[in-house]
Design a protein around this ligand. Structure first.
Ligand code: IMP
Ligand code: MG
Length: 184
């Protein structure tokens, strides 16, 4: 699986499925050690994190729960305009150790928004586990405890990440091949 084409754009392989699984194993080992007696609640952020969440959870062997959340953006009536709310927080968050599972942390807006809302729900401790982290794009100061793979500021698809809806089903991660696009 070298190159693929999505919506007419060429992508080349960047991170193989085996590299992904190895990095997830390292994160799971840290979580198994750190959160052993915490009975954490994992909250996977849909859609992008579904594959990472499934593979990570198979390697987490401590007592824990998992649930799924989704962010909904809409134009509110206030002057701030865009408001984002969390759909799916049905679990009791109060007093819990919560681990947000993300596919990728880019600017950090998403995790910051979720963190604020989990604090409002009374979470005792909030940790972030992300498959991919783009430090060059990150604009926040929230610590990210568990990062599987650090990546440059490129557009990636596969393993949950999409390009306009396509590519989430790929087992490997691909990068947009800008050079190939320019030559077209
Ligand atoms: P943030 O709020 O800027 O940190 O962005 C987080 C979300 O943007 C991720 O959960 C993804 O859904 C999306 N995203 C950021 N970078 C990429 C990428 O390279 N490929 C696909 N989606 C991305
Ligand atoms: Mg996401």
């Amino acid at each position: 699986m070298g190159n693929i084409v999505l919506h007419g754009h060429k992508f080349k392989i960047k991170i193989s499925a085996s590299e992904i699984q190895k990095a997830i194993g390292d994160v799971a080992r840290q979580i198994n050690a750190d959160l052993k007696d915490k009975k954490p609640l994992f909250l996977a952020v849909l859609n992008g994190s579904f594959m990472f969440a499934a593979d990570l959870m198979k390697k987490v062997h401590i007592d824990c729960e998992i649930s799924f959340i989704k962010l909904a953006s809409y134009n509110g009536t206030s002057s701030t305009g865009k408001i984002t709310e969390l759909i799916g927080i049905n679990e009791q968050i109060n007093g819990r150790t919560v681990v947000i599972i993300e596919d990728i942390v880019d600017t950090g807006n998403t995790i910051e928004n979720i963190t604020v809302q989990l604090k409002e729900h009374g979470a005792a401790e909030i940790k972030i586990a992300t498959l991919l982290f783009k430090p060059e794009a990150y604009t926040k100061s929230l610590p990210i405890e568990y990062t599987a793979i650090v990546v440059p500021n490129d557009f990636l698809v596969g393993y949950g990440l999409d390009y306009n809806g396509l590519g989430r089903n790929l087992a490997d991660i691909y990068v947009l091949d800008y050079i190939a696009d320019e030559k077209k």
